[in-house]
Design a protein around this ligand. Sequence first.
Ligand code: NAD
Length: 427
Amino acid sequence: MAEINPFAMAQRQFDEVADQLGLDEGVRALLRWPLREFHFRIPVHMDDGTVRVFDGYRVQHNDARGPAKGGIRWAANETLDTVRALATWMTWKCAVADIPLGGGKGGVVVDPATLSDREKERLCRGWVQQMWKNIGPRMDVPAPDVGTNARMMAWMMDEYSKLKGEFVPGVITGKPLGAGGSLGRTEATGFGVVYTIREAMKHLGMEPKGTKAAIQGFGNVAQYAAIGFIQMLGGTVVCVSCWDRHDRTAYTYSKDDGIDPLFLQSITDEYGTIDKVKAQAAGYRIEPGDAWLSKEVEVLIPAAIEGVITGETVQQISPRVRIVAEGANGPTTPEADQVFKARGVFVIPDFLCNAGGVTCSYFEQVQNDMNFYWHRDEVLQRLDEKLTAAFHAVVERSLAEKVYMRNAAYMVAIGRVVEAMKLRGWV
Ligand code: NAD
């Protein structure tokens, strides 16, 4: 199968909505490509005395609505086109969530598992030394992503503050609590998924209590989606499916009367692998990795990886499923979308459904700016308000234009970015 270029895909999605919105050429030309791209080389003194040079990237797709925002990925297969695509999607995600930020993304071509902690720290500081003049709380605010974590954000914030000669915690988000991080960030994405499901149920006239969900994944997003689905909605989660990094196979962990996410969390490692032996001893049925897809449930929550619901696998989904809440990025292929449209399944598209993470990152930056920190309930309450409003803006657009939820979300997001560009006199 030919490799799909993610940036070509992002441009194709944009073109489709640009046609629907009737955007003129100048606007399209500006939004099809990032505003700014940085590609630089980062020399790092390795523990063995040698110097290795790493390729680093930062792409600022659009900052008409506010500073660019987006994570920094460390991956061996990172390319400029991946970073461009992810930066573009961040523009739409921040716009649909209606937070005053644009879209950016960064990367380093490196497998983090090959570096010691000291080498990681030097690479983090090296990245900032290359980029510090072009990032900042009013310009571009990075965050952790695949291959990077809170500890690294603290080093990067420290390096930036040293170079600026002042403490600037708002230059980067996803920091540890002790270094300017926000309460509620851990739960934010998973709980955000649940807020959008709650609103979808209201919209569809469903009573949440007693509904069932099946979830793919048991990492950060899936764990809190499971907890929220049970605690906030009074529903039951019949299974979670995760990848076992020891035997490199996916399994589904099921209990017909409902899993206990807090128990499963206690036997799950930091990479989202559940301890099979302990789960079995506690009465969990262990089924093949794709069993989660065919459960008799009202809600499916893909919250692991991209491309899992395809033209083929969509056929395994029960007619009972009414809502698909995309916790993961890009879990549904265009072929599967066609089937959902035909069957009238209500899809909460990824960049709306999982926008809780970036929204909480925005709150972190706001708290850094004020140098005043909110308690957890305040963070979650504000998150709920933001995502509820975002959800309804998209549903209203979907009803008004009679379009699928994904298209409606793109229309809302792109429309907001275009409006800001026009108001600022760019186009
Ligand atoms: P994570 O690494 O914490 O967890 C990933 C989970 O997916 C693990 O349980 C892993 O075992 C499981 N998994 C991997 N491959 C699988 C497979 N083939 N079958 C079944 N399970 C599999 O990741 P996360 O932070 O929870 O992110 C999950 C998804 O959500 C990703 O698409 C990510 O881009 C997206 N997302 C995350 C956030 C966030 O704040 N964490 C925000 C927005 C979007």
